[in-house]
Ligand binder design. Structure first.
Ligand code: SAH
Ligand code: SF4
Ligand code: F3S
Length: 456
């Protein structure tokens, strides 16, 4: 499909996929790159590549602003290299206003497609290359689930695996259900087949992906719970570590807690977005749990899995948030003591119920609250770090330590990094590491014994 383009350039064309947003987009980008490699592109290293695909996010307004800033830069690159191609896809392209703006004011953008027709990328690319016209195709809703797109993993030893697409929760601030559509679960057999294929290809760590993994399985012909699916994934030979994201607190079952407790392969890390500590605000957010329910859920989890590391997302400045509401959030943060927290300033998203709510909070007040929250979250995070000094824990080695020759960097199950003496051959394997000291947010350690086998 790329022959004419290659002839025009006088060489094999290169392609670069740039990802904004969440793990879901990162996985989609691996599909985009897989398609491009199959179509005859070579992988480019940066946006100097001949074809640049930007996989966009629109969860907060600053995500959109970043894209437009970026496009200006790409435009000047294209003036120097007129055969350059620019494609935009992902969540922001599901917003009709944004697509219209790109159509009108960014004529140098060659292709636009959305989240529901990602699998049409090969056909759309062929259309662009063969007909030379701009190609715009965005669908309002998903039409079918396509299972067999090629994928190019970022690293050989770990991979994300989608278990569901879309979201049915309609938190009142959130645009995701509008740009990703209703929740659809993949069939367990298809998921397991993918995991088995990945394991055979050398993958030892799997990250199961869904906007709300805990509600997995509804609407399937033979419904199964997320907990049962998780057990089946853990049983796949060769898979040594399993993670998942994201867990909605309202759907986190005791069955799931028991499966985590009983299964060593499941990483001792849970990302459990709180969003707010105020029951009144949680109600307005349509989160369908209150402060007490969240606290007691965490208590149940910690009773069963005491060494679990907890992280969260918190929004500051949701419409109507008072100082008292905000203090409830601080209170929950103090009581739970999260290992880390992503904190966000509320960003109104067009079309969501919260954007039309009265009492939008004064930006100066939000800024001040945000700074207080960040302070607290960081203080607690720093106090929490180092709590495993003296323990021996398995680490998946990801890279050579860029700072110190003769050292490698590994990731513990709870996502904390550890540096320890080791050589390149350890990359992609799991090594038991004795954690000897803590430096800020990472450990220094030493390998406790020989590496686990990395291949089945
Ligand atoms: N499905 C996941 C994550 C969705 S987006 C979940 O439910 O947890 C990731 C995070 O972005 C959310 O947890 C929320 O904290 C934040 N977020 C979403 N919409 C936002 C908005 N309009 N303004 C600020 N933060 C937002
Ligand atoms: Fe957005 Fe809520 Fe769905 Fe998460 S659960 S994607 S925050 S609507
Ligand atoms: Fe962003 Fe879409 Fe993910 S809006 S956070 S990339 S689902």
């Amino acid at each position: 499909m790329t022959e004419d383009y290659a002839a025009r350039l006088g060489r094999q064309p290169s392609a670069f996929v740039q990802t904004f947003g969440c793990q879901m987009n990162a996985r989609d980008s691996e599909k985009l790159l897989g398609v491009l490699l199959e179509a005859g592109f070579e992988e480019g290293r940066d946006e100097k590549a001949d074809l640049v695909v930007i996989n966009t996010c629109t969860v907060r307004e600053n995500a959109n602003e970043r894209l437009y800033g970026h496009l200006g830069h790409l435009n000047s690159m294209k003036r120097e290299h007129p055969a350059k191609l620019i494609a935009l896809c992902g969540c922001m392209m599901q917003e009709a206003d944004e697509v219209e703006r790109i159509r009108r004011t960014y004529p140098f953008v060659d292709m636009v497609f959305g989240t529901h027709n990602l699998y049409r990328f090969p056909a759309l690319l062929a259309e662009r290359l063969e007909q030379g016209k701009r190609v715009f195709e965005v669908w309002d809703a998903p039409r079918e689930m396509v299972e067999d797109l090629p994928k190019k993993r970022e690293v050989p030893w770990k991979s994300g695996v989608n278990i569901s697409f879309g979201c049915d929760n309609f938190c009142t601030y959130c645009i995701v259900p509008y740009v990703r559509g209703r929740e659809r679960s993949r069939r367990p057999a298809d998921i397991l087949e993918e995991v088995e294929r990945l394991a055979a290809d050398g993958v030892i760590e799997i990250m199961l992906l869904g906007q709300n993994v805990n509600s997995y399985g509804k609407g399937l012909e033979h419904p199964i719970s997320f907990a049962r699916l998780l057990e089946q994934i853990c049983a796949v030979p060769g898979i040594q570590r399993v993670r998942f994201m994201t867990s909605h607190p309202k759907d986190l079952s005791d069955e799931l807690i028991a499966v985590i407790r009983d299964n060593e392969k499941i990483c001792r890390h849970l990302h459990l977005p709180l969003q707010s500590g105020s029951s009144r605000i949680l109600k307005a957010m349509n989160r369908r749990y209150d402060k007490e329910a969240y606290l007691s859920l965490v208590e149940r989890i910690r009773a069963q899995v005491p060494d679990i590391s907890l992280t969260t997302d918190i929004i500051v400045g949701f419409p109507g948030e008072t100082e008292e509401d905000f203090r409830e959030t601080l209170d929950v943060v103090r009581r739970i003591r999260f290992d880390s927290a992503f904190t966000f300033i509320y960003s109104p998203r067009t079309g969501t119920p919260a954007a039309a709510m009265p009492d939008q909070v004064d930006p100066a007040v939000v800024k001040e609250r945000f700074a207080r929250l960040l302070d607290l979250v960081q203080k607690i995070g720093a106090e929490q770090s180092g709590r495993d000094v003296g323990k021996t824990m398995p680490a998946l080695v990801e890279a050579l330590d860029p700072q110190v020759p003769g050292r490698v960097t590994g990731r513990l199950g709870n996502n904390v990094m550890v540096h320890f003496p080791g050589e390149e051959g350890l990359i992609g394997t799991i090594v038991d590491v004795k954690l000897e000291e803590v430096h800020g947010f990472y450990y220094i350690g030493v390998a406790a014994n020989r590496p686990h086998p990395s291949r089945p």
